[in-house]
Design a protein around this ligand. Structure first.
Ligand code: PEP
Ligand code: MG
Length: 760
């Protein structure tokens, strides 16, 4: 029997996306089993849901088995073919189930007549959610294509089922909300706050604090105004749903790689009967509508922010956002579609997904207490949103709603700025635009003496490709592949990754692209993979360590890279390599992936170069051996400085100790370049240091010719490259390498007019 599995997968996707507001999840599961059963012409289709605590699967929906079995048939993890598939996190297909040693017979559910049995686990990341099972009378009925289709359906179902579970678990832990008190803030004593630039640009707006606190936007009802009716609330709800859908579509167009389902939690909460139903209930029993919204939103904020589960805590911002939207729609405020326009977010803690959402909602800027090389800063630079890092106390001193002006170029924040300061800001903005104008950037960069220097781009999001091309990047020196992983609800599949990587290669039109394998951990946690709590995540399961431990995920990414590089000029590098052994293990796996692709007849390039990111002091010690083994080395200065100096790159409190010009850092970088030279291997630098004007002459002087930078900095870097001859740069480097104290290096930089004020 011919089955149209692609249609099936599409139908299920549609079924899930159209799952109506407030619709019972049981009904959705039942529709899925009916649809899958019919499409596959299977005699039985069932869904089991897994309970982590009891380690037990329960039948929750079925087409073909007795309806009475729903809720009654239970399987322990590993029990029966289904339990085994879920325990081993893999699909199991058998042509004659009753002959399988794992088969378990349940009397009374009419199962014995079915021979073919295919069970696919429903997983989110490595978390077990349940199983999707099909059965047929005919022996050997299911093909490998059916397994693939069922896997795709299981992946779609996972998020829906898990989100629904999380919401109901969160509600169960609900306790009555505490009295709402507005947080007291210190009075401002300063009108200028001095911090550091984490992402350039300027912005003005009102301060809006983002934290675990309560939703504070409940305007007092005007006693003279006509009270809002339940119909008014329903209208506001409808408008809010439309706005979120529109926002998701718009973000999807602009940020194709990371936008997937970014607003799905918003929609899920809006669809949740206990959220909107409770607000309606309060309104109907006489509570003013604005107050009803505020009360319920605050209940949810309280539940979510106190949850132990990171996935739930992540939703605090979403529910507050919904509260604001409902309130504004009820009040018919015009600016609902651009909620955060005119607002500067003040936060101690931010998630990359928060930044993406707030950016989609036109936020003006961020003031944070984390460090300037944190990955949040990196993502802000990609999105072109200014960010200033201030000390914790200064952040706490900002008063909610006060006017401010950010000069993120200088790391300054003006509180309640005067007209004169505004005027200066306009001038400054023009100067900034002029300094970052792509019009004068040349195709090729050369030193004063004519030596070629190659400027490549760092790409974090696909949206960075536009500036990369505008600023004439000669290639991509670092693609930080983790952002699509961080923002999604689950590990992207090999195919999803391939589509993203392919776009990157296509748009660079044959220029070299260096993919960096997944670098999660540290300050880039996956909310769906938090089964280990680490006291020191930067020293824990990060980057290549994660990949080597999770070989399936690693191989999927490697295969996607290799396939995307079939026609292109691509390289792959591994982050946080601590030893030659690490590199060899990663390389062996990459070669296995090549063999697999070859066996499957999939196009890829066997010549893809494999390189090491030099980010750890241990790697510096064995740099010569690494250079011998690897095809190329790339210096990740952000981490190299962090680990060399034991200074957390995300901690603003110790940012004064994070010094690129520390003699130990200078000498380490020099050793890495020398090691590459011994084995005549390609060497480049891709951390923030590569665009630091104070350090460029030094870097050129020790022999670096390839710099991978945020494209916006190209005009400055190119100008500086042109300003020095190699001889001058070499002299500078030689002198700097002789200095043993930080203070001596500082004095040298000052004397040579290589000052911090030039910093980008
Ligand atoms: C680095 O560490 O310098 C680097 C380029 O990698 P990331 O900033 O992504 O850790
Ligand atoms: Mg790094």
């Amino acid at each position: 029997m011919k089955r149209r599995n692609v249609d099936l997968v599409c139908d299920i996707a549609e079924l899930i996306s159209q799952s109506e507001p407030g619709r019972d999840r049981k009904e959705l599961l039942q529709s899925v089993v009916v649809s899958v059963g019919q499409h596959m012409h299977a005699d039985v289709c069932s869904i089991y849901i897994y309970d982590e605590e009891d380690e037990e699967l329960t039948l929750r929906a079925t087409q073909g088995l007795s309806a009475e079995a729903i809720g009654r048939v239970k399987l322990k993890l590993g029990e029966g073919i289904t339990g085994q598939a879920v325990r081993e996190l893999r699909a199991i297909s058998t042509g004659r189930a009753s002959q399988s040693s794992a088969y378990k017979h349940f009397p009374g559910i009419n199962e014995e007549q079915y021979n073919a049995f295919l069970a696919v686990p429903i997983l989110r990341g490595l978390r077990r959610i349940g199983a999707l099972v099909v059965q047929a009378r005919e022996e050997n009925y299911f093909s490998s294509n059916d397994t693939k289709a069922l896997r795709a359906i299981a992946a779609q179902l996972a998020t829906t089922i898990e989100n629904a579970q999380l919401l109901s678990e969160a509600r169960e832990t609900f306790t009555a909300p505490k009295e709402i008190t507005s947080p007291t803030k210190k009075a401002i004593r300063q009108s200028i706050l001095r911090g550091r630039s984490a992402s350039s640009g300027t912005a003005k707006g009102q301060a809006l604090t983002l934290g675990a606190g309560q939703h504070e936007r409940c305007p007092l009802p005007d006693p003279a105004a006509k009270p809002h009716t339940i119909e008014d609330f329903k209208e506001a709800l409808e408008q809010t749903t439309q706005q979120i859908n529109q926002l998701q579509r718009q973000t999807g167009e602009e940020l194709a790689d990371v936008a997937i389902l970014i607003f799905s939690a918003h929609l899920l909460i809006l669809e949740d009967e206990q959220f909107t139903g409770r607000i309606s209930g309060l309104i109907q029993t006489g509570t003013p509508a604005l107050q009803a919204i505020s009360t319920v939103v605050n209940e949810y904020v309280e539940i979510f922010s106190n949850s132990k589960m990171p996935l739930i805590r992540e939703k605090v911002l979403d529910v507050k956002d919904l509260g604001n939207r409902l309130t504004r729609n009820l009040l018919n405020e015009k600016s609902v579609s651009s909620d955060y326009r005119g607002q500067i977010i003040i936060a101690h803690e931010l998630l990359p997904s928060d930044i993406l959402k707030l950016s989609a909602e036109n936020v003006e800027g961020f003031i944070v207490s984390s460090g300037v090389t944190s990955h949040n800063a990196i993502i802000c630079r990609s999105l072109g949103i200014p960010m200033v890092a201030l000390g914790r106390e200064l952040v706490d001193g900002i008063v909610e709603g006060e006017e401010m002006l950010m000069d993120a170029e200088q790391g300054l924040v003006y509180l309640q700025p005067s007209e004169a300061v505004y005027a200066k800001y306009v001038d400054h903005d023009e100067a900034w635009q002029a300094a970052h104008n792509a019009a004068h950037v040349k195709e090729k960069s050369r030193t004063k003496c004519g030596e070629r220097i190659y400027i490549h781009a760092n790409i974090n999001l696909l949206s960075d490709l536009k500036p990369a091309r505008k600023f004439k990047a000669e290639g991509v020196g670092l693609y930080r592949s983790e952002f699509p992983f961080i923002v999604r609800n689950d590990f992207p599949s090999e195919e999803e990754q391939y589509v993203i990587y392919q776009k990157l290669v296509d748009q660079m039109e044959g220029k070299s692209v260096t993919f960096r394998t997944l670098d999660i951990g540290g300050d880039k946690m996956l909310s769906y993979y938090s089964n280990v709590h680490e006291a020191n995540p930067f020293l824990g399961m990060r980057a290549i360590r994660f990949s080597l431990q999770n070989k399936d995920i690693f191989c999927q990414q490697l295969r996607a890279f290799l396939r995307a590089g079939a026609a292109g000029n691509t390289r792959i590098m591994f982050p946080l390599i601590a030893s030659v052994d690490d590199f060899i293990e990663a390389r062996t796996i990459a070669h296995e992936c090549m063999n697999e692709l070859e066996a499957a007849g999939q196009p890829f390039s066997r010549n893809t170069q494999l390189g090491v990111m030099m980010e750890l002091p241990s790697a510096v010690e064995v740099a010569v051996e690494l250079a011998q083994e690897a095809d190329f080395l790339s210096i990740g200065s952000n981490d190299l400085i962090q680990y060399m100096l034991a200074v957390d790159r995300t901690n603003e409190q110790v940012s004064n100790l994070y010094r690129a010009h520390h003699p130990a850092v200078l000498r380490s970088i020099n050793r890495i370049v020398a090691a590459a030279r011994i084995h005549e291997k390609d060497i480049s630098i891709c951390g923030d240091l590569s665009a630091d004007p104070r350090m460029l002459p030094f870097l050129m002087g020790i022999g670096l010719r390839k710099f991978s930078i945020d494209s916006i900095n190209t005009p400055t870097v190119q100008r500086l490259v042109q300003a020095y001859s190699l001889e001058e740069a070499e002299e500078i480097a030689e002198s700097m390498l002789k200095l043993g104290r930080i203070s001596e290096v500082e004095a040298f930089l000052d004397a040579h007019n290589l000052r911090a004020e030039q910093a980008i």
